[in-house]
Design a protein around this ligand. Structure first.
Ligand code: MG
Length: 385
């Protein structure tokens, strides 16, 4: 069985825990101000006003004038994420993080020791609540696809178990957009054929779907039947570490895009350091409003996990990606950052006096203080030049 765990309103919940005076108020993390930037996370109080993550801050402030805006404190979230992973690790080493606050756990090998997957998920949920004073939603199912839907099904504080024989009944009434790979465009196409639920989809033959959607037709056919063979790939086996996000509204303000890219870069670099990995290849993904997607990579001579070094590449790759967009003015719906090309040797042999090692030291100190106090005020100023 697979467990998918997803922290509820993660960044915002961590901030509420650190600032008890905010409890009960609509809170978002993001910024830098009421009029600029993007919402990185919104608490449930803010969501009542229609404020959601990946929404421009301007729009969020309009929807909720009394919105409390806190700056993103990535090192703090990274350290809490580490504590969460320590709890996961008590039950299985087979952990695949999707982001700082979300992971798949394969507990097939742990059941003899700890009881059923349901029991393990219950214990993890309780330990996160007791030890970290945070809430996680859990989905337990025979595969990743269904486990992920299940964790989201009853959020916040969700706990949903889908046994093998209940899987189809669980999936059938859900809208087709719940299927991985079914974006707005495919959803519309399916709806035009009168297909709105997973059950409608399941009533089509695989041939019919392939004729209309090509390879993707086969993929959505399988998922509609609850068939997903993907394994949980732990960080130790992963070939890349990445983060990406689709915006609620397309964004064309270059400064906002740069600010968001910097957030993604910080996340990826912090995860690399947490796992003690370094990569040579940096990749930036930009999807424009018309769904054209540009993926650009650059490979360094030496591998790195330094925020600053990765950031310089990310910025230049982003500029190149935007320049190659025909319309000239970028209207962006998705941004992603990834690092790959890991070498197994994690010892660093750089020049002690180079610019690079200074940054290495800086990141190291930030991570360490962080680890020790679980809370950090040091935050690298954004270089948006
Ligand atoms: Mg979450």
């Amino acid at each position: 069985m697979i467990i998918h765990l997803d922290m509820d309103a993660f960044y915002a919940s961590v901030e509420e825990r650190e600032h008890p005076e905010l409890v009960g108020l609509p809170v978002v993390v993001g910024g830098p101000s009421k009029t600029r930037g993007v919402v990185a996370a919104a608490n449930y109080e803010a969501r009542k006003f229609g404020v959601v993550s990946a929404m421009p801050m301007m729009q969020a402030s309009r929807l909720c004038p009394e919105l409390q805006i806190l700056p993103v404190n990535m090192p703090l979230y990274v350290s809490v994420s580490k504590q969460i992973h320590e709890i996961f690790n008590r039950y299985t080493p087979e952990i695949e993080p999707l982001s700082l606050d979300e992971a798949f756990l394969d507990v097939s090998g742990s059941i003899k020791l700890f009881g059923s997957a349901e029991e393990i998920a219950r214990r993890i949920k309780q330990e996160i609540k007791d030890e970290l004073r945070l809430v996680v939603s859990a989905g337990i199912a025979p595969n990743k696809f269904v486990a992920k839907i299940a964790s989201d099904f009853d959020k916040p504080d969700g706990f949903v178990v889908v046994e093998e024989d209940a899987m189809q009944d669980f999936l059938d009434p859900l809208p087709v957009k719940r299927i991985w790979g079914v974006g707005k465009k495919t959803e519309l196409q399916l709806n035009n054929y009168g297909i709105t639920t997973i059950k409608d989809l399941r009533n089509q033959s695989v041939r019919w779907l392939i004729d209309r959607f090509g390879k993707q037709g086969d993929h959505i056919y399988r998922l509609a039947h609850g068939l997903d063979k993907r394994e949980v790939i732990s960080d130790a086996k992963a070939k890349s570490i990445s983060a990406e996000n689709t915006f609620i509204e397309n964004i064309s303000d270059k400064e906002i895009l740069i600010a968001y890219l910097s957030l993604l870069t910080e996340q990826v670099a912090a995860r690399l350091r947490e796992k003690n990995r370094k990569g040579k290849t940096v990749t930036v993904k930009v999807r424009f409003h018309d769904f054209t997607t540009i993926v650009r990579s650059k490979t360094l001579a030496e591998s790195t996990n330094q925020t600053q070094q990765i950031w310089l590449l990310v910025k230049s790759l982003f500029t190149a990606a935007v320049a190659s967009n025909a319309s000239g003015r970028p209207v962006v719906r998705l941004l992603g950052v990834g690092v790959s090309g890991f070498n197994n040797d994690t010892t660093y042999q750089g020049d002690l006096f180079s610019e690079g090692s200074k940054h290495d030291e800086l990141d190291g100190v930030a991570d360490e203080i962080n680890q020790r106090f679980g809370k950090l005020k040091i935050h690298r100023g954004r270089n948006t030049k």
